[in-house]
Every structure is written in C-alpha cells, then in structure tokens.
Design a protein around this ligand. Sequence first.
Ligand code: SAM
Length: 284
Amino acid sequence: MSNPSEDGLPPLREVIKAHDLGAKKSLGQNFLLDLNLTRKIARAAGDLSQCTVLEVGPGPGGLTRALLMEGAAKVIAVERDARCLPALAEISKAYPGRLEVVEGDALEIDAAALTKGAPTKIVANLPYNVGTALLIQWLAGPPAWPPFWQSLTLMFQKEVAQRIVAEPGSKAYGRLAVLAQWRSAPYLAFDVAPTAFVPPPKVTSSIIHIEPCAPPEDAPSIKTLERVTQAAFGQRRKMLRAALKQLTPNPEPLLEAAQIAPTARAEEVDVAGFCRLARSFEGA
Ligand code: SAM
C-alpha cells in the first residue's frame, strides 16, 4: 500500500482498486481522484462548519472526503451504486458521526426531509445524465422560498453551466437560465479539465455556485413560469405571438400587458420580462 493521503485514508486510486469500482457509464460515473481539486470544490461552497452538506453521488468518496476535510459539520451522501457503500463506510469510520450514507436514487428521495430542517448546502459532482433534472427539482420543487438549501455548488458539463448563467440575446439563453435566475443568483466558479476525471469525459466541466435571492415583487407561480418558458423556448425561432399559441389562442393582449412586443422572440426577453408574462397569464 502507498502512503495514506492527508486525511489518513488510502489514496482514491487504491480505494477504487480495492473495491473494484470500475466506472459505469450508465450511472454517469467519472471519478475525481485528486483531493486538492475536490477540496477546491468544497471551498467554493463557503463555510461548511455550521451546516449539513447534502452530496449526491459520492462514488468512491473523493468529494466526500474533501467536504469533511474542509470542516463540514455533517455530510449526508446519497449514492445509487451499492458497490460504493463499503468504501464510503470506511470514510464514516474515520469521521465518527459526521457522515451518513443513504443508498438510493437522488431523483426519488425527499432531500428536504433527509436534512431534517438543518441549514443545508448541496455540493455534488453530479452524474451528467440526471444533473439537469436534479437542478430543476431543487430550483422549482420547494413550495417555499428561500428553499431548504442555502446554496448549490455543482459540477456540470460546461455547456450546461453556460446555459445556467446565460444572458438574454445569447444562444445559450433559455428555460434553464430563466428558472435558475428569477429567484437565485448563479455564477460559474471555475472550469475542470477532462483529464481530472477517471475515466475522462469528452468535454470540459464547470463548477456552478447558486444562492437563492428575493423573488421579484408580485412573483408568478413557478408552475406558470415553467409553462410559459417551455412554450416560448420550445419554438425559440418563432415570434412569441405564434409560439405562445400553444398556451392560449390569443396571446397578443397578454404580451402587451407584460410590455413585450408580440414580434419578440423568446431569447430577447429578459428574466423580469418572463416573470411579467407569467403573471399576465395568471391574471387572464
Ligand atoms: N462524487 C464522486 C467523484 O467526484 O468522484 C463521483 C461523481 S460521478 C460523476 C456521479 C456519481 O453519482 C456516481 O457515483 C454514480 O453512481 C452516482 N449516481 C448516478 N445516478 C445517481 C442517482 N440517480 N442518485 C444518486 N447517485 C447517483
């Protein structure tokens, strides 16, 4: 066995070998083995000493160990792949009472119930195949705002990260940008090269950090905002007076009430404009 890592546990390469954790594509498994990098991700989440960290997909535990090394009061890690549980149990043993591992599908679990009302930060190197669905769940799911989480620090493929922080008028601007920006503030923290992962993915990844902020005054319901952005961006080349016919036979008065030109296309409307539009649909 080679020298232990700074936390006294074996290097991740050995953990993977010892537990036979060959990466499965179907589970979006691209592992990070460099604790310096995973600690940088943990630090991007800010002070962890007063909160519970919810981690989705700990895998062999590279980010989990970093979160604990960076002082997380408690980590709750949800992993779907039962093969990873013995490796994670070894980390639990090294940090008594600070790591709880839950075997399950993060898309199915009630994350708010799991963290039992504790101040929560979500930090994850997300499986690429369910990353966007989980983000939408966290942004759109909680009925109350601010939500149960204080921040999200998440790894996405760079192309998805760019869609989250995109501004109106850009190609990347769409439904994801509106849902991520209307009552929270996302920013791209840093990029991570494919070579940092085992196995390396084809594309660059990025860490996104998101904190909730106050929703606009007289905010629409998330359901209406989702419906309006879905219709508008579903046919993004069409003018809104045509694209929104999916929702109502005569959208023009609603567009006018929201002070949006009926000839505008979805990508020209800013986040505040979509909120006004959703409200005018609610009022109709
Ligand atoms: N956190 C580890 C790291 O950084 O090396 C692994 C990250 S890997 C990109 C994604 C992890 O999510 C894998 O361990 C995979 O088994 C797990 N996973 C995939 N789908 C999941 C789901 N629906 N719920 C919970 N975990 C999932």
